[in-house]
Design a protein around this ligand. Sequence first.
Ligand code: GEK
Length: 243
Amino acid sequence: MSRDNLFSLPRDRVGQFKFDDDVARVFPDMISRSVPGYASILSVIEQLSQRFVRADTNVYDLGCSLGAGTLLIRQQAPPSAIIHAVDNSKAMIDRLREILDKQSSAGPGCCVQLHLDDICEIPMSNASMIVLNFTLQFVAADKRDALLTKCFNALNPGGCIVISEKVCFDDASQQDLLTQLHLDFKRACGYSELEIAQKRTSLENTLIPESIGTHCDRLTNIGFNTVAPWFQCFNFASILAVK
Ligand code: GEK
């Protein structure tokens, strides 16, 4: 796994964060050293797929990056299910295609269809499980209601959506404490103060967090029967909602 040192040298100007080739190359290292609980969340996504994914249905991994979720769900899904792995980064989809090509000789697994597309634009239907693992935070705030309504309409009754996000807090002292604890986590994972500062500048106005309450209210208002935040580590959380 290539080490993420993309922000280690001082830059005259830090541009907006892009999911380009450089990021795709180091992505597994970058996300596991930036998101506390990432590995735990993935293993629960695999567990949830055993319970929720049904034969002859679609599964959507929206903002799939290198397919961490897709590859785990694929091991559990019935052969007649289809996983749609969607990302608008060509670098990510190209690499995921290579990973899948290498894996296809390794044994059976349900069909995976790759889509280089905007998750707000793709048609969706007959879904038993939809995953947005740290993706909604990159979608413009005014498009989130429509996207999640589309997801709700695509899900069959009993189907689920998993939304993992960086979150913010209404209470300023909670916001400050949990942000500091996240920064401690990044330091402990080997990121320098310069790397942390430049990455933060690069993500400003690109990654827009909302509170757990805002996420839950939106899902409830859209019509989900059960909305259950099931994971939180510092300012990162995951929510399970069932139609
Ligand atoms: C994982 N889920 O490893 N349409 C399609 N893709 C998008 C859009 C959009 N509108 N906006 C962002 N993306 C993965 C990790 S990373 C999270 C997801 C992170 C894609 C973007 O190109 C990137 O690949 C992914 O969402 C977010 O479980 O980097 O913090």
